[in-house]
Ligand binder design. Structure first.
Ligand code: CA
Length: 692
């Protein structure tokens, strides 16, 4: 006899003869495979198969391909008008918020400013834990582009995150307790870390930034369990006199000439984008600009200066570079290739191509064969003045003379802010389109007088005073739907400002994007028609995510105006009528069927002791000041915002001291006790989600 864990006793012979039809066997074997929650079970196989887990958002770009496409379609182009705010979580911080959340089993993990990590209930917005790594505030001086962070990684019961001051942390996913931390940078140098770590084959991969002040770029792999360094790959050569760490660095050094780049660091920092192809077993890493920016100072003898502004494909086991593609050889404009990279398989001219796509700062949209890095195609996706085209034979850009500001001033597009910056793009396999947060900003470059490396300061070798010219020109942005096979624009939605948020594409034929001017929008993914809009309360730069909880689809966006352009953009970066308070906004479809009488009764009594104040407010105030205290955007004040103390409030309401302004007195209806209850109710409403 055989005893099944479910309690059934089955004759052995029966078990074997009837194995395939014994329903109880499902009970016997299924629980072992399903033990624990999603993050406990999140191993290498689960990360490789993240695309099949449609309910959760398990890695930075949802999957290793970093497509930022969700197969969810409960929310779609037909019902989007019913999308409403479900909850809002305020981080209590005011600097730039750039994180893409990780969501698993109804728990959302994300970072705010200053590398602070939060875990919140993804259905209610209630905080579960918060970990403040207490980054010293003076680290801000080393940060080129605000004290931002782009999010966490999840793996085997842990949450991994990096800090502005260069640490990599492993936290218990359930409690937020610190399990280990390692310092990943030389803290005597101006390194910062703002990127989200990625997990590949049991290793946590993290890069760093700092090429504006002057550092040598690299990225590292740490053992996910122990925090031990497994490998480190430099992206630019050090001092040739000190020898080279690898063959790649020895070869790269032959492409630098005449300068002492190692004193400044050389740059090439890998501060954001990565992707992974498990089949080819290649990890892709984007690298940044040179240190200093000006190649005339950095490498006056010329040369490509490998591996600046490049996509590198490395073996994730040892970090050895397998191939490279340099988007801007000899970069002199801060044209990083750290922008988001997307993997997809296309049929091009009858042939299946495994491609990697990037829209780096330099203004060209690249499609490369990701097996060996050969160029498939490259076309301008924004206005580009520094190069005519990318030669399809050589894969190299054809530079326009004079644009490299060797002698005098050069007016250039794009700029250090990029035709597209770190704000992630997305790709929909359904429409075949890439959705790019594109922008048009004019750049003015001139070499700095008497360039000399100054430790601890910005070392770009360019004259920042000419930047003041920027503010006199209109800078704009647009959401660009780009066909990567035809290499052409399909549609665009224009914005008055650049520096808008990252994008999300869904199987509901939708594209979501937040904007610099504090809105959150949804578009028909095929046509570009705007279908929906809500207010985010602050400028949005991060990218949205979507997930299921209890079978219901939600869309979330981390909002918080900041980052490089918001800080440095001057007049062009000024946003009016939105706040600076960082927050997460989560939206869901409202059930617009009529509620039952019982449900209405329950709603009316749910406020407990406040119900009297609520009843009085709705009897005397709500017809002008709005249901539930929410004013309807007219000139009549939203009373949740009122800062007058109770005594003054009572005088205004009962004695009519503002009657000449249109606020009559209600003394014949309300007692002091009544105005006290109304004031308590409004204060309560001011603490609720969605309050101004
Ligand atoms: Ca840079």
């Amino acid at each position: 006899m055989f005893r099944c864990p479910a309690g059934a006793t089955i004759a052995r012979s029966l078990l074997f003869t009837a194995f395939s039809i014994c329903a109880l066997c499902i009970v016997c074997f299924a629980p072992a495979a399903q033990a624990g929650n999603t993050i406990e079970r999140l191993d290498d196989a689960a990360l490789r198969n993240a695309d099949r887990d449609t309910a959760n958002w398990l890695s930075h770009g949802r999957t290793y391909s970093e497509q930022r496409f969700s197969p969810l379609n409960q929310i779609n182009d037909r019902n989007i008008r019913k999308l409403q705010l479900a909850w809002e979580f305020k981080t209590g911080q005011t600097r730039g918020h750039e994180a893409t959340p990780i969501v698993a089993d109804g728990v959302m993990y994300f970072t705010g400013a200053w590398s602070v990590i939060f875990a919140v209930n993804a259905v209610t917005g209630e905080m579960i834990w918060k970990h403040d790594p207490e980054v010293p505030k003076e680290t801000a001086q080393k940060a080129c582009c605000d004290v931002v962070n782009r999010g966490v990684a999840a793996y085997r019961e842990r949450i991994y995150s990096a800090t502005l001051d260069g640490r990599l942390l492993a936290l218990d996913a359930t409690t937020g307790k610190l399990e280990w931390e390692v310092v990943t940078v030389d803290r005597s140098k101006p390194y910062t870390v703002t990127g989200a770590p990625r997990i590949v084959k049991g290793k946590v991969i993290i890069g760093n930034g700092g090429a504006e002040l002057g550092v040598r770029g690299y990225f590292s792999a740490y053992h996910a369990t122990t925090g031990e360094l497994v490998w480190r790959t430099y992206t630019v050569p050090g001092d040739p006199a000190a020898g080279f760490e690898s063959e790649a660095m020895e070869k790269a050094a032959q492409t630098w000439s005449g300068g002492e780049w190692w004193k400044v660091g050389g740059g090439g920092t890998a501060w954001d984008s990565m992707a992974y192809d498990p089949e080819l077993d290649l990890l892709y890493v984007g690298t940044g600009n040179g240190s200093p920016w000006s190649r005339h100072e950095r490498s006056p003898g010329g040369g490509d200066n490998l591996y600046l502004s490049s996509i590198l494909a490395v073996d994730p086991d040892d970090g050895v570079i397998q191939w490279h593609y340099q988007t801007t050889p000899g970069d002199t404009w801060d044209f990083t290739a750290t922008q988001h990279m997307i993997l997809a398989d296309f049929t091009i001219e009858g042939e299946t191509r495994k491609v990697i796509m990037q829209a780096p700062k330099n203004g060209f949209f690249y499609v490369l064969d990701r097996t060996d890095g050969t160029l498939v195609s490259a076309e301008k996706y924004v206005t580009v003045t520094w190069a005519d085209r990318v030669d399809p034979e050589t894969g190299r850009p054809v530079e326009v003379p004079g644009q490299d500001f060797k002698d005098g001033l050069a007016v250039v597009k794009p700029t250090p802010f990029g035709g597209h910056n770190w704000q992630p793009m997305s790709f929909s396999p359904k429409t075949g389109l890439v959705y790019i947060p594109a922008q048009e900003v004019l750049g003015v470059y001139r070499r700095g007088d008497d360039y000399e490396y100054r430790p601890g300061q910005w070392n770009t070798g360019t004259d920042f005073n000419v930047y003041s010219l920027l503010t006199r020109h209109v800078a704009t942005g647009h959401l660009l739907a780009w066909d990567p096979i035809q290499q052409k624009e399909i549609w665009r939605h224009p914005y008055a400002m650049p520096w808008n948020g990252g994008t999300l594409a869904t199987a509901g034929n939708l594209v979501f994007q937040g904007t610099a001017d504090g809105r959150f929008l949804a578009f028909n993914a095929e046509t570009g028609k705007q279908l929906w809009e809500d207010h985010a309360g602050t400028g949005v730069i991060a990218a949205p995510v979507t997930f299921l909880a209890d079978g219901k689809q939600y869309v979330s966006i981390v909002a918080g105006w900041g980052g490089a352009f918001a800080l440095a953009g001057g007049e062009a970066a000024k946003v009016s009528n939105v706040g600076t308070a960082g927050r997460v906004l989560t939206f869901a479809l409202v059930d617009d069927s009529a509620p039952s009488n019982d449900a209405i009764e329950e709603l009316l009594t749910a406020e407990g002791a406040l119900q009297d104040g609520e009843r009085l407010f709705h009897k005397y105030c709500a017809v002008c000041h709005g249901a539930s205290g929410v004013a309807g955007g007219t000139s009549i004040p939203d009373l949740r915002r009122t800062t007058v103390p109770y005594s003054a409030f009572d005088v205004i309401v009962r004695q009519g001291t503002l009657a000449t302004e249109g606020m009559p007195g209600f003394g014949q209806y309300l007692t002091p006790e009544g105005t006290r209850l109304i004031k308590d109710y409004l204060e309560h409403q001011a603490t609720r989600p969605g309050a101004p």
